[in-house]
Design a protein around this ligand. Structure first.
Ligand code: AMP
Length: 145
């Protein structure tokens, strides 16, 4: 299974924020869309960074509420791991587990083409494993499935 299979189901929409947005407005954006992370992009096409609820929590703990008036550029992660639509879902699951992040932007030809969360990846992997289990069980028992 490929990342493009996930995007076919969930769509290629990505919530982006500009680096000059305040952290307070970022919180409102995350709450409005019921998401945990946004891609930082000045033009909605290139990926400049990623900012998640964890970045906000860490900075609040370290620097207090003053961070809410600062801009996203002061808290985002600039070294973003991205994947291409052709990436294998199991490889992306390993990438997320190894690096302990729950979001990966999808980039195609240098342009933002979607985003997958750990929830999307695990859901697809479970479906994949169920299909394999059913096929193997049919093979062993000789029953058509
Ligand atoms: P998350 O688990 O996605 O909420 O993110 C945990 C931390 O990893 C935060 O500091 C994020 O900014 C960062 N992060 C999230 N996704 C990525 C990614 N694809 N590449 C690099 N860092 C990321």
């Amino acid at each position: 299974m490929r990342i493009s299979d996930i995007l076919r189901d969930k769509g290629d929409g990505v919530v982006t924020v500009t680096p000059d947005l305040t952290v307070q407005d970022l919180l409102a954006t995350l709450a409005e869309h019921r998401i945990g992370a946004a891609v930082v992009s000045a033009d909605g096409v290139g990926v400049e960074g990623i900012v998640s609820e964890r970045d906000i929590v860490r900075q609040l703990a370290a620097r207090g509420a003053a961070v809410l008036a600062e801009s996203v550029s002061s808290i985002y992660t600039a070294q973003v791991h991205t994947v291409e639509p052709e990436a294998d879902v199991a490889d992306v699951e390993r990438l997320m587990t190894e690096h302990r992040f729950r979001h990966v932007p999808v980039v195609s030809g240098g342009r933002l083409a979607g985003i997958v969360s750990i929830g999307d990846v695990v859901k697809k992997r479970i479906t994949e494993l169920e299909v394999q289990t059913t096929a193997l069980s049919g093979y062993i028992t000789g029953e058509r499935v």
